[in-house]
Write a protein that binds this ligand. Structure first.
Ligand code: PEP
Ligand code: MN
Length: 361
């Protein structure tokens, strides 16, 4: 049984913010001037924390790997200049030590590090007894246990100011996103750890500026507690992630367009409508489950006949026909192809599992 994560309330971290916690700043610290210019562009903007990567985990060697500890001083003074707290990524105990020496306010753990429990544990050990907020990005791969496990490792070492950052997942599928959001994973994290604030990093999900607003809005619609966005005074010249960084002006425009949502309303009109529609949905779900159970029973009867006649459980032609006809049917009823095909993959997988059970019973 995973341990319950004990956290300090977000508003008690000592970093003031209104409804949404905003982290903004360049992907990488490149020079003192670049940080100062970006920070001054953000003066007066909704920014609670200034971010910049000092040590950059790059997929291939030979690219810009960060300015190293020298950049910590620049980051701190750029944050001071606009009255914002500062944060950077740590991947080793040495990074932690340097950040603590330079009074960095918040640490974050990057996606590549969360994927590696040895590295996470080494950071957690280095933080034992230190009262500093730690933000844990999801691992590169869509594995919720690694993400949850990293929070638990920090918490076991006494870190109570903890938050999660959703930055999307690397998958084998091609997509318009650099890292697919797979929203059900952060939603499940929130269900497991309702007290842990959940932030969204649209920059690393999107990989380009065009999609940022819609992803940031999605996060607001899903009640995320904050956003981390990459901002550079001159994105075209950025030494890393040039395509996804915003100018300070574009950042302000995006933030101002966001619609911040609340979880409920006292309006009687709203309540009445919602209640009646939700009652319908409850009944529809009951019928759906009844029909699915009937479908599974039929599949089991089929398995029996296949067994008696030495016929394979998997029937490629039939499966192909089902997929084709169900997608067509669904499209005709206004459902998306992607949804219907994923739904049937799921149903088919379960049907095969149930049939296999008949054979082994
Ligand atoms: C970053 O925030 O610049 C970064 C490297 O992010 P991630 O760990 O999400 O790839
Ligand atoms: Mn980046």
């Amino acid at each position: 049984m995973p341990e319950k994560i004990e956290v300090t309330k977000f508003h008690d971290w000592g970093i003031p913010f209104k409804n949404v916690f905003f982290i903004a700043g360049p992907c990488s610290a490149e020079s003192e001037e670049q940080l100062m210019q970006t920070a001054s562009g953000l003066k007066g903007s909704k920014v609670n924390v200034l971010r910049a990567g000092i040590w950059k985990p790059r997929t291939r060697p030979g690219t810009f790997e960060g300015v190293g500890k020298e950049g910590l001083k620049w980051l701190k003074s750029a944050g001071d200049a606009i009255g914002a707290a500062v944060t950077t990524e740590v991947a080793t105990p040495e990074h932690v030590e340097e950040c603590l020496k330079h009074n960095i306010d918040i640490l974050w753990i990057g996606a590549r590090t969360t994927s590696n429990p040895f590295a996470v544990q080494a950071i957690a050990d280095a933080l034992k007894g230190v009262d500093i907020p730690v933000l844990v990005k999801n691992p590169i791969n869509p594995d919720i246990e690694l993400w949850d496990g990293a929070l638990e490792r920090m918490n076991r070492m006494g870190i109570k100011k903890l938050a999660a950052i959703h930055r999307g997942f690397s998958t084998y599928e091609t997509s318009k996103f650099r890292n697919q959001p797979i929203w059900r994973i952060p939603i499940e994290m929130k269900r497991r750890n309702p007290e842990v604030p959940m932030l969204c990093d649209p920059s690393h999900i999107c990989g380009n500026r065009e999609l940022l607003l819609s992803v940031a809005q999605n996060a607001m619609d899903l009640l995320f507690d904050g956003l981390m966005l990459e901002v550079h005074f001159d994105p075209a010249q950025a030494l890393s992630d040039a395509k996804q960084q915003l100018t300070p002006d574009a950042y302000n425009r995006l933030i101002n367009k966001l619609k911040i949502k609340k979880v409920s309303s006292e309006s009687t009109d709203y309540k009445q409508h919602i209640e009646s529609l939700r009652n319908d949905i409850d009944e529809i779900d009951h019928q759906l489950l009844k029909l699915l159970a009937q479908r599974m029973n039929n599949a089991k009867k089929i398995a029996f006949h296949k067994m008696k006649n030495d016929i394979s459980l998997f029937q490629p032609e039939r499966w192909e026909k089902i997929m084709e006809s169900r997608v067509k049917d669904g499209l005709g009823q206004g459902l998306s192809e992607d949804f219907v095909s994923r739904l049937y993959q799921f149903i088919h997988e379960e049907s095969l599992r149930e049939q296999e059970q008949v054979l082994t019973d």
